[in-house]
Design a protein around this ligand. Sequence first.
Ligand SMILES: C[S@@+](CC[C@H](N)C(=O)[O-])C[C@H]1O[C@@H](n2cnc3c(N)ncnc32)[C@H](O)[C@@H]1O
Length: 218
Amino acid sequence: MTRRRNPYAGQDPATREAKARGYPARSVFKLQEIDRRTQLFRPGLHVLDLGAAPGSWSLYASQKVGARGRVLAIDLQPIEQRFEPNVVVLQGDAFDLESDRLGQFAPYDVVLSDMAPRTSGVKFQDQSASLELYLRALEVAATLGKPRSYFVGKLFMGPDFDTAVRATKVHYSKTRVIRPEGTRSVSKEVFLVGMGLRRSNDGENEPQDGRTERVTDR
Ligand SMILES: C[S@@+](CC[C@H](N)C(=O)[O-])C[C@H]1O[C@@H](n2cnc3c(N)ncnc32)[C@H](O)[C@@H]1O
């Protein structure tokens, strides 16, 4: 009798569980938790997903927004994941894409960024590359988001963390910091969630009522 090789052998339990549920990566559980805590998605919403490969977040968002919703998935890498027709995939650099391609389902209700730099192993260099990606995603979200829309951005924790929080508060009524349970213990990543894009989009000053709610400690 020939023995079938377990296709998930060698993967950690979260990755095995994600794959068993049809998602290409364990990162889906982070978005699921952020969604549970902040009520990100509803049927019919338009979502922009920056740094979408291999496709777990886009697949999750696509299922949550349903057939009337739209998801634009963008990554430097090709995405092999199959999606429902409510998802459009673009291979490209979030820094370079023309605004009409980036904004094809704008104004967006939710902008996601799980973008991560190729890590060099030099801590400060990686943190600063991560901040650059975060601020770029925030700029896109503030430009193409609907009033009162949400933004979720990944950031490697470092000395510039407060810069990212302050920049987020300029645009959003409320900012939360979430380190999902599914994050590997060695990982330095956190997610900032901007809730309620300001109508004017031109807030120069930190809002009087703008709170940063830390939900990282458990
Ligand atoms: C952690 S992965 C994203 C995982 C994804 N959220 C998922 O659930 O499948 C980070 C991705 O960011 C992408 N990325 C990094 N810089 C980018 C850029 N400037 N433009 C677009 N994508 C970028 C990388 O290619 C990588 O695929």
